[in-house]
Ligand binder design. Sequence first.
Ligand SMILES: Nc1nc2c(ncn2[C@@H]2O[C@H](COP(=O)(O)OP(=O)(O)OP(=O)(O)O)[C@@H](O)[C@H]2O)c(=O)[nH]1
Ligand SMILES: [Mg+2]
Length: 479
Amino acid sequence: MSLGGSDVIIPIMGITGCGKSTFISKLLREETDIVGHNLSSRTSGIDFFPLEYEDGRRIFLLDTPGFDDTFRSDADILKEIAFVLAQTYRKKINVAGIVYMHRITDNRISGTSLRNLTVLKSLCGESAFPRIVLVSSMWDLLAEEPKLHEEATTRELELRSTNEFWGSLCRGGSQVARWTGDEHSTLGVIDHIMTTYEATDNEVLKIQKELVDQGKCLEETEAGKAINQILEEAKSRHREDIQNVSTSRQMALENGDTLLAQEMENDLDRVRKELRNIQRSQVKMKINMDTLVQEKTTEYDRLLKEVRREQHNISLAVQQYRVEQQRVLRERQENETALTEARVFSERSRCDLRENAVKVSREEAARLAIERKNLDEVDEELQQQFEEEQTLLEERREELEKRLRRDRRKELIKKNSIPFLTLLAGLGVTIGGGILINPAMIGAGSGMIVSGAQKLDFDRKKKNKEENEETKLNLDEVD
Ligand SMILES: Nc1nc2c(ncn2[C@@H]2O[C@H](COP(=O)(O)OP(=O)(O)OP(=O)(O)O)[C@@H](O)[C@H]2O)c(=O)[nH]1
Ligand SMILES: [Mg+2]
């Protein structure tokens, strides 16, 4: 199994909850558990979703955490993204494009959104702006609300015309797209990225050049500087807070208000802790490519083992579902046989009764008629029982079928992530631009036989397009 050459990556970026995982899940078609439904950030590391493009090459969609992640600092996230981008660049896997998502329903551009945009711009560099598609989500929520829809359109215009939002990106060649939340719309974005990628020379992202070609430390890269500036601003705010709260605490002590003074002491502890975290984050970015590779390859090696274990467990579950499904089918078959036998038996009894009825006295005939009626009742009851049981078994079979499909999809995703994880774990060997998985490290595990990734159904996209012009992707050329 080789990886590299014509395979490409497409990072999906944006703040927490903007719809990155949902966007990806539309291409996977089956329900997966990658989408978060609460406030805490669901995607905490980078996840990889391999898909097959129409010409057979693989596209790895990278589900990234936003720079506002609930569990990880901005520096940690930058390290993660920088490493993946640098490592794939070293292995000659190109970035076909970047999807940057934004919730159009947000009434104003939050500080977090601005922070993400700033990092995006510095990460890509101006020459890669044409590789970016700015995708707004949540339009489906406005479909029935003309007034809200109009407001959103105005916001979209504002985003495109304001330099610090999307303005500079659009002028630099980034495209704007409305995402209607369905597979067709999602395919439109990917198709656009791939078409642009094929029509233009490969464009290396700024951070890839800085880390790999120029040997810069993470903190010296433009994205590192952007994060550092954000951290410096946060530090000055914290220092100011410490000064103000310390003064107030002193006054509270002088007034003998020990309770208030204690509360302020707690506040001070909290702010000092945050300040220390920021300082630690800054230290984390004083890292060059070699150290970054050392640190991250160890992490990815661990992740690789975990994914392979998970894949193995899913395989076991799939096998169990299959066995259970066979059992259900067998039971249905047995029920049918039992019913057929019962019918043959009762038909035979009915025949006997009919024959006897001709020869017997009137009293006896009346008794036989009652027997026949009893037989009919038993038959009916059997039929009813049979139908009930078959319905239950059919429901169970459908449930198993659903689980089987879901788990097989999960298994495939895991399986197809393995070559990518292997590359990130530093186990890939570059030969002639391709990556060979190191067989000694991988062993003969079932996980390494990578079957075809999910094929992107562009035919379906074309068909949908003809059928439903309303969901047409709004990919505007911006001059
Ligand atoms: N109606 C609607 N809901 C959406 C859309 N995009 C995302 N959502 C919902 O918004 C929530 C968050 O979506 P996610 O896809 O988990 O967001 P994310 O960007 O991956 O978030 P993180 O992993 O935390 O960074 C989920 O409940 C989604 O169902 C959209 O276009 N329309
Ligand atoms: Mg997510």
